[in-house]
Design a protein around this ligand. Structure first.
Ligand code: HEM
Length: 480
């Protein structure tokens, strides 16, 4: 009996020692030099709960400000089970973004996008699909292929909203985006297939940053299930169309190498996986930023007034010329709107916009960042009073006389930097401008209770509804 007792005592002691050692190693990771200061939090969950606490979307999270005060601009932590370096040092952020290529995402996200996704598989395949996508979403592509569709979809949805007395900005923007991209990928779709696709997106679980475990019922499980459903739906539609000789959309043709001069063909699976990635990223970003922008406009009557003035001028101009559709020149003439969008992108950038896996050991000052850690670069320069006077104020006029087409500079990086710089930046800005343009055809106001929070992604716990009435000085019965 005593022997059994001793045996178990030894086992338990060994387990406790091993566990203590593991916890010690967890809390005190090693590197070839001195690690940036910081703490790794609790085993496995690290400091994830604090990091993911919802915060005012227009201010940097308290987690970050507290840590900067304690440790300085570069510190270590642990999030979603991974070792992470967080940096607000612009020089370091730019260097890491330029010299590292692998996206810094938790494992759950890598699984969600697919292990064979050409976007992550190799530098060459990434470059190839990036080049293809630029044909579609670069200025030339937007001007030739996108502006008309976005214009017509925004107009239609806004008219419907006006008839119903209002609409939800985020939801409507998402519908416009998906309908537009679906058409570009699938070509004309049968109404039931289009409806199924939109519904599938509508029910898509939100929030990518999660722990990597997939357990029936949990977030990652639901994400992966929704991914499979969506991929099957896309694949089925593509295969059916190809079998019946129907034409697919121009984006699919570009991706699949079927356009003139298109060379490398890719498998249907690869093409679908890439298209899926693209839909998800687009849908997760622009609708939220647009809804937050509308909230900022609504809460700043001077801005709203100036916008109404700008768009009224465009409506009148078009009515006089008897023109129906918005042109690229009309879009480019929306100077104040572009100032509003730049300012909104500055103030809503309260998340890291440069995410990479550190590929090679990197030195910053006295510190060493080991290879393999996740790097999260915050664009906190957006809130630096030396660069932006009164940085928490929403002030579009600060953009007066500046380059309004900017998507990246040393003081402005809402779309990241380096080889992973956002591919949809110009498209997102255009979609937002055209949406605001059509909204300004009406008298509108956002519900006062609207709240904009961030929990990594933008959240609208009380929706993002605007009330719209046809009572306006703009003649909506005219051609325009
Ligand atoms: C306001 C809206 C948007 C914001 C704020 C935004 C922001 C970003 C950021 C911060 C990155 C990561 C860059 C990095 O790691 O350095 C990114 C990447 C990306 N974005 Fe956007 N994005 C927006 C809209 C869009 C849209 C509409 C699309 C597609 C139509 C899109 C497609 C992409 C793609 C494909 C990547 C990955 C690029 C790569 O890995 O090469 N984004 N975006």
């Amino acid at each position: 009996m005593v022997e059994v007792y001793e045996f178990w005592t030894i086992i338990v002691t060994l387990v406790v020692v091993k566990l203590c050692h593991w916890i010690y190693k967890w809390r005190n990771p090693t590197s070839n030099g001195k690690l940036p200061p910081g703490s790794m939090g609790f085993p496995i969950i690290g400091e994830t709960l604090e990091f993911m606490k919802p915060h005012d979307a227009f201010q940097l999270p308290t987690f970050l400000t507290k840590k900067i005060l304690r440790h300085g601009p570069v510190f270590r932590t642990s999030l979603f089970g991974a070792r992470v370096i967080i940096s607000t040092d612009i020089g370091l952020n730019m260097e890491i973004a330029k010299t590292n290529h692998v996206p810094g995402a938790p494992k759950s996200l890598a699984r969600f996008f697919g292990e064979n996704n050409l976007f992550v598989k190799s530098k060459e395949s990434h470059k190839h699909v990036r080049n293809l996508t630029s044909q579609f979403l670069g200025s030339q592509g937007l001007r030739l292929r996108m502006i008309q569709d976005i214009d017509s979809l925004a107009r239609t949805h806004m008219e419907l909203g006006a008839k119903n007395g209002g609409l939800d900005i985020k939801e409507t923007s998402s519908k416009i985006l998906i309908e537009c991209l679906a058409k570009k990928v699938m070509g004309d779709m049968e109404p039931h297939a289009a409806k199924e696709l939109t519904q599938c997106w509508g029910g898509f679980p939100r929030g990518w940053f999660r722990f990597s475990w997939s357990i029936p019922g949990n977030g990652v499980y639901r994400m992966l299930k929704a991914r499979n459903q969506m991929m099957n739906l896309l694949k089925e539609t593509v295969l059916k169309k190809r079998a019946s000789g129907e034409e697919l959309g121009e984006f699919f043709k570009i991706i699949f190498g079927e356009t003139e001069g298109g060379s490398k063909k890719m498998s249907i699976e690869n093409a679908i996986e890439y298209i899926f990635t693209f839909f998800v990223i687009a849908n997760e970003t622009t609708p939220g930023v647009l809804a937050a922008t509308v909230k900022l406009i609504n809460d700043n009557p001077r801005v709203k007034q100036e916008l109404q003035r700008e768009h009224k001028r465009i409506f009148q101009d078009k009515t006089e010329k008897d023109e129906a559709d918005l042109t690229w020149e009309d879009y480019k003439s929306m100077t104040f709107t572009q100032m509003v969008i730049n300012e909104s992108l500055r103030i809503t950038s309260t998340v890291p916009t440069m995410l990479r896996i550190v590929e090679h050991e990197t030195h910053v000052g006295d510190y060493t960042i080991p290879a393999g850690w996740i790097f999260m670069g915050f664009p906190s320069v957006h809130f630096n009073p030396e660069k932006y006077e009164d940085p928490l104020a929403f002030n579009p006029w600060r953009w007066e006389g500046k380059d309004l087409g900017v998507i990246l500079s040393r003081t402005y990086m809402p779309f990241g930097a380096g080889s992973r710089l956002c591919l949809g930046a110009e498209f997102a800005k255009m979609q937002m401008a055209i949406f605001i343009h059509h909204l300004c055809r009406y008298t509108w106001s956002m519900k006062t209770e609207t709240k904009v929070l961030r929990r990594f992604i933008l959240m609208f716990p009380r929706g993002s509804d605007v009330q719209i009435s046809e009572d306006t000085e703009v003649d909506n019965s005219a051609v325009y």
